[in-house]
Design a protein. Structure first.
Length: 276
């Protein structure tokens, strides 16, 4: 076998392996969507059936029982709001650390990132009591603040690595022209780092959308997000798999479509410097 043939064979094996991995990741989503069109008896049938008469009763029940669009709008508001607040804090902070680093800059970044290892349940009680005292329980404001804070370490780390790839000579030239710090950030750094900023914001929106712990514990019917809506279909009587699959499909569909549409920008931004 020649070197060219070996290379072709290796590429084909790699492609086949990639398809296998992709299928493994896609299968749970496929099965969830499939189950959402079954009756409850068909959903728990053993062995499971791939061929059945689909029904929309589960989706009709969800619409009758809950206000899906209210929960979806809460998810949109809290995800975009949390991302905007986190970016507002992270951009100037990452700029300062990237272009005016101190002796302990990297240590501070690592310490911030280490807070992601803290179990959320460990700080549930103080955050719950603070929210209660401030009248923020079951409010979108509380979720926006919490989402921003829990994603801030990741956003800071990504933007810091991305900003470091911007040539310092460009900033020196802008300073010689008399640009202020605010002008440097808004007119020089942000346009040059636009790909990294966009991909970081997209990643933050996905993380906020999928955050379940705080939404379930700090909200109820007024400001609950889609993950809270999914949790509400788990009742003491048991799990109704078909209905749970239907509401899960409705909760996942917007962010899956969003990720699919923006995947090129997300991958491109993360590849060019944001993640090494």
């Amino acid at each position: 076998m020649t070197d060219k043939e070996k290379t072709i064979l290796r590429d084909r094996i790699a492609i086949f392996a990639a398809w296998i991995v992709a299928a493994l990741f896609f299968f749970p989503i496929f099965w969830m969507v499939l189950t959402s069109f079954k009756t409850e008896l068909e959903a728990i049938a053993v062995p499971p059936s791939l061929f059945f008469e689909p029904t929309l009763d589960n989706y009709a029940l969800i619409q009758d029982r809950t206000d899906y669009f209210k929960y979806a709008m809460n998810s949109v508001i809290t995800s975009i709001g949390g991302t905007a607040l986190a970016m507002l804090i992270a951009i100037p902070s990452a700029y300062a650390m990237a272009f005016s680093p101190g002796k302990y800059t990297k240590d501070i970044l690592l310490w911030m990132l280490s807070t992601k290892m803290l179990p959320a349940v460990g700080v549930l009680m103080p955050i719950y009591l603070i929210s209660q005292k401030l009248g923020l329980l079951d409010s979108k404001t509380a979720l926006v603040i919490i989402y921003a804070l829990i994603n801030l370490p990741i956003i800071m780390m990504i933007l810091f690595n991305y900003f470091r790839e911007i040539p310092k000579e460009i900033l020196e030239a802008s300073r010689m022209d008399g640009a202020s710090t605010f002008a440097e950030i808004t007119q020089v750094v942000m346009p040059l780092a636009w790909g990294g900023l966009a991909s970081t914001a997209l990643l933050s929106i996905v993380l906020c959308w999928n955050e379940a712990f705080w939404s379930i514990n700090l909200t109820s019917g007024n400001s609950g997000t889609l993950v809270a809506l999914v949790a509400s279909f788990s009742s003491p009587e048991g799990l109704f798999w078909a209905k749970l699959s239907a509401v899960s499909t409705l909760a996942c569909a917007p962010i899956v479509v969003f990720g699919w549409v923006s995947q090129r920008q997300l991958v491109q931004g993360l590849t060019f410097g944001a993640v090494k």
